[in-house]
Design a protein around this ligand. Structure first.
Ligand code: ATP
Ligand code: MG
Length: 654
């Protein structure tokens, strides 16, 4: 054992990387922004503040009598006694209030086919789907598994479920039959909604066979499978079980009255992405989820629903696609873009072509996508008119300062504020983010808690750390869109989030507070490395590597080491000609030493063709740790490409 492995309370993570650049909002932006600094003051009222937002942003069938009931902590009840319908708030009320002709969704398929839905049209589509699902025996409280690509029917299905009070459980279209079956079983789903398939990289790709595979083994709870025709590929058909969407939704009535559901009525179950272990089935309920997602979509992105075109690139299979595609943009009455395919089909400028075509003004995406675009080069986005963009958002992982700067310069025209939003499936909505009209943004930092949210960074003992120190990210007060539990497992809920510190929600992420009190995310607590008693963050070392021109992407893990306890092992993807450079490994080790300090120099730097990522784009460090320590790799079922681990192994044998 190295001699000083004890951790210093108050310095659970060492604070190493320094970033001095600051980007305050321009005067013009600040003047028109809807979120002002006084929101923070108002947010200090906690539940009262949220009660005000709930009444301001939503239309309630019946008003609530109490903002928060925390008497059975950690099981929260928000907006007690209130009755509300998510679909009514996303649809009908806009039509009733004269916004029926506004476009709700511009859809662009990968092959280039397009469809637009106004609010009036989308309302009708959802009413028909609600009637169709009811005709198949689905009623309030039943669970519906959704296994669909990024097509409007995905949103229509989710809202139709919400309308009738059925609980949707969306499963990524890329997941296997087994993964789908285990989620169907866990939720005891009565209905599955899927499609024949989708288009992926210019080719039809199928979905229905995975559903067939999932339901092959008897003993499941599914009574019907509704199949959307998307790519027209032939499918196997089980009479009595399978029904075409067009046959059941097509003839359904256009009349459907939305009933108010209890504020705490379950809205959906969604599984976490599985970067730290077995995915958890997170449960969200109605009133609180709608309130905080609508609030954050409005203020984090400075949404002007009458003029903005919002594009969140997330798949509906992960939480960002729930909160910021299916629900909040529609609840706020905005116009949004939905794109089916991959960013490089038919060419690497597809996204920028879409931004130009639809005049996207708010773009919300993940660091993994930004790093991919950096790898492809700035000449590609430069060919398109991106001048409509006025706010940029990032989510999913810490954004490396170099990627942040590239995003700002190349996509944001050196002008659009970037909001780096920290949150989780469990939190339901943004928890930490700059406000674009208020905050002077810092590349790489999520910075400040949202108004009304009590985020803190604490040491091992649960004490707040002073500015300049690192520790564990926690939430000190309940928030409206917090998870209500893990489906069917209340003990795991308490154990995972509420047992590490007393009366605090433990997020599982490391963070630091800089000298200004701004928050920087440092990666998963599970990923922290202890090198000769120094606790180092994966994020900072990865950011240092990515700041070198030879590196496109980097993932860092700690591997057991006889002398130092743990050693830093880095996996890097090189850019262009850097692969021919024999000294690249030495150069990069020295670069990290210079940027951070000698202690952070990787023991090994392994050049790989790709990194293992989840379908939501997060790097799965635990699999790389298995490689670094020479073990067999663990559960890789949520990887976007299951062959990646073999490719990495093969490249390392060379
Ligand atoms: P699992 O819990 O099964 O391992 P997961 O945590 O990857 O899955 P999500 O809920 O989608 O699934 O991801 C939430 C996590 O993503 C956060 O805990 C954090 O680590 C990371 N994250 C999200 N946004 C940011 C951000 N802006 N900056 C830094 N990290 C972020
Ligand atoms: Mg998690």
């Amino acid at each position: 054992m190295p001699e000083n492995t004890q951790t210093h309370a108050g310095d659970a993570f060492e604070n190493l990387l320094h970033e001095e650049r600051r980007f305050p909002p321009s005067e013009t932006f600040g003047a028109q922004a809807i979120g002002k600094a006084d929101l923070y003051e108002a947010g200090k009222d906690g539940p009262e503040f949220w009660a005000m937002q709930a009444r301001d942003l939503l239309t309630w069938h019946e008003d609530f009598t109490q903002a928060l009931d925390w008497s059975e902590a950690p099981f929260a009840k928000w907006f007690v006694g209130g009755k509300v319908n998510a679909a009514y708030n996303a649809l009908d009320r806009h039509v009733e209030e004269g916004r029926g002709d506004r476009v709700a969704i511009h859809f662009e398929g990968e092959p280039g086919d397009t469809r637009s839905y106004t609010y009036a049209e989308l309302t009708t589509a959802v009413k028909k789907a609600a009637n169709a699902f009811e005709s198949l025996g689905v009623s309030k409280g039943d669970r519906v598994a959704v296994y669909l690509p990024m097509i409007p029917e995905a949103v229509i299905t989710m809202l139709a479920c919400a309308r009738i009070g059925a609980v949707h459980s969306v499963v990524f279209g890329g997941f296997s039959a087994d993964a789908l079956r285990s989620r169907i079983d866990d939720a005891e789903a009565k209905l599955v909604v899927t499609s024949d398939g989708t288009y992926r990289r210019g080719k039809p790709s199928s979905l229905k066979p995975a559903v067939d595979g999932a339901l092959e083994r008897p003993g499941h709870t599914v009574e019907n499978v509704v199949v959307v025709k998307r790519n027209g590929e032939p499918v196997e058909w089980t009479e009595g079980l399978d029904v075409w969407w067009d046959d059941v939704v097509g003839p359904a009535s256009e009349e459907h009255t939305a009933e108010g559901h209890d504020s705490e009525h379950p809205l959906f179950i969604l599984y976490t992405s599985g970067t730290t272990g077995k995915p958890k089935g997170i449960l969200h309920t109605t009133g609180g989820f709608l309130t905080q997602t609508a609030f954050t979509q409005k203020y984090t992105f400075d949404l002007h629903p009458e003029s903005d075109v919002f594009w969140c690139t997330a798949d509906i299979g992960w939480v960002t696609g729930h909160s910021y595609v299916a629900y909040s943009p529609l609840v706020n009455g905005a116009t949004q873009l939905m794109y089916e395919g991959t960013p490089d089909t038919p060419h690497q400028g597809r996204w920028w072509e879409l931004v130009e075509k639809y005049k996207v003004s708010i773009l919300y995406t993940a660091p993994t996508a930004i790093r991919t675009f950096m790898k492809w080069g700035r000449d590609i986005p430069k060919k398109f008119d991106l001048s409509s963009i006025r706010v940029l958002g990032s989510v999913g992982e810490p954004i490396n300062p170099e990627a942040w700067m590239w995003y700002r310069e190349v996509i944001g025209g050196n002008n659009a504020p970037i909001v780096d939003t920290w949150w989780q499936t469990e939190t339901g909505a943004h928890m930490i983010s700059p406000l674009p009209g208020v905050t002077a943004c810092k590349p790489g930092s999520a910075q400040v808690a949202m108004p009304g949210i009590a985020v803190d960074v604490v040491d091992e003992m649960g004490k707040s750390v002073p500015n300049g120190s690192g520790g564990y990210l926690v939430v000190r007060e309940p928030w409206p869109s917090m998870l209500r539990g893990i489906w069917g497992d209340p003990e795991r809920f308490k154990e995972t989030y509420w047992s590490r510190f007393e009366n605090m929600y433990f997020a599982g992420d490391g963070a630091k507070r800089d000298e200004d009190g701004d928050i920087w995310l440092l990666g998963r607590v599970d990923d922290v490395m202890n090198v000769s008693g120094h606790r180092l963050s994966t994020t900072e070392i990865e950011s240092a590597l990515v700041s070198h021109p030879s590196v496109a992407e980097a993932a860092v893990v700690g591997a057991t080491d006889e002398t130092t306890g743990e050693a830093v092992v880095a996996f890097v993807i090189l850019r262009g000609s850097a692969a021919q450079d024999d000294d690249v490994v030495t150069t990069l080790r020295n670069h990290v030493g210079k940027e951070i300090g000698p202690i952070a120099k990787p023991r090994n730097i392994l050049v790989v063709p790709e990194l293992p990522k989840t379908r939501s784009g997060k790097i799965m460090r635990r699999l790389l740790k298995d490689v670094a320590e020479g073990r067999e790799v663990g559960d890789a079922t949520t990887l976007s490409d299951p062959t990646i681990m073999q490719q990495i192994a093969a490249s390392l044998r060379k």
